[in-house]
Design a protein around this ligand. Structure first.
Ligand code: SAM
Length: 292
């Protein structure tokens, strides 16, 4: 197999929307809704919401659909200008002109332009695994107003399963190498949480003077029914295989032909609707500790 360069990350994020919709933990979501409604009622100004790593803007649509953003200023931030362009096009088409779009590194933004804004809610969906939690979590908690909320959802926790099995030893080796690759150092030398993000999140929040209000699992489970895969999830799956290929191509612990055959079989399983994909993840709602 050769890398499919036609795959679009923006389309992958749009296709991921229905996968996330099913996965997001309902208890954590309901608690977020309840806390936001109390907070909105206690303020004489609109809620100030910052979403970091917001991609093409699917979370803002979800929050709005859940009536969580009645009176609010929403900053949708991502470091990738192409994704912010896509988000702008999509959300304007869907009638959301009042969102502020920012292209920036989230943590640089919070130290500069975003520093003095009274953030009531910071949203981070499927992004904290790309950061070192020991620095990102304190920065996010410190940026919040007293009583503000951190909604950290879809935090990968190191279990990726493709079923049915092809060869259990090979499947397990591919999962292990794929997870390990997520811990390669970032440009600033820090190590991203990667495949440990879910399990590390609660201890790091506590160590960073945060209180966990609610937590629960938010696993992705992608499968077909008699109508095929839901929405654009066939594309989502092809993109996931693209990540595996991109990550493991040329890896010293797996030869090219073996990886190629494995990917070709998985692609075939997508075409026939046989492939089931599961990834284990956690959602957490937290806030900075209040003084006693
Ligand atoms: C897996 S995508 C998730 C996008 C979106 N939250 C979603 O769930 O559809 C991770 C996003 O985080 C962005 N990102 C990663 N590190 C970032 C940082 N330090 N500051 C801002 N954006 C970041 C990437 O550009 C990417 O769009």
């Amino acid at each position: 197999m050769t890398l499919d360069t036609s795959l679009s990350f923006a389309r992958y994020l749009e296709a991921k929307r229905t996968v996330d919709d099913r996965a997001l933990n309902a208890r954590v979501w309901d608690r977020l809704s309840a806390e936001l409604s109390v907070r909105a009622g206690s303020l004489d100004r609109p809620l100030q919401v910052l979403e970091i790593g917001g991609g093409v803007g699917t979370m803002v649509e979800r929050l709005r659909y859940g009536s969580m953003l009645e009176r609010c200023t929403y900053v949708l931030l991502d470091s990738d200008p192409d994704l912010i362009d896509s988000a702008q096009n999509r959300l304007f088409q869907n009638g959301s002109p009042e969102i502020e779009f920012v292209v920036a590194d989230a943590f640089a933004y919070l130290e500069n332009e975003g520093r003095d804004r009274p953030w009531d809610l910071i949203v981070a969906n499927a992004v904290l695994d790309l950061t070192d939690l020991r620095t990102s979590i304190p920065a996010l908690l410190q940026a919040l107003e007293p009583g503000g909320l951190l909604y950290a959802s879809i935090n990968y926790d190191g279990m990726t399963t493709f079923a049915p099995a092809i060869d259990p030893e090979l499947d397990a080796r591919i999962e292990r190498l794929y997870n390990a690759a997520m811990h390669s150092p970032l440009p600033d030398g820090t190590i991203p949480a990667g495949s440990h993000a879910g399990r590390e999140l609660i201890p790091v929040i506590r160590a960073s003077r945060g209180d966990v209000l609610e937590a629960g699992s938010s696993d992705w489970v992608v499968y077909s029914d008699r109508h095929g895969y839901h929405g654009d999830e066939e594309y989502f799956l092809r993109h996931i295989l693209g990540f595996v290929e991109e990550t493991l191509n040329g890896h010293p612990e797996i030869d090219h032909a073996t990886l190629s055959d494995w990917l070709a079989t998985r692609q075939w399983q997508i075409r026939t609707g046989e492939l089931v994909y599961i990834a284990h993840q956690l959602d957490v709602l937290a806030r900075p500790q209040q003084p006693e």
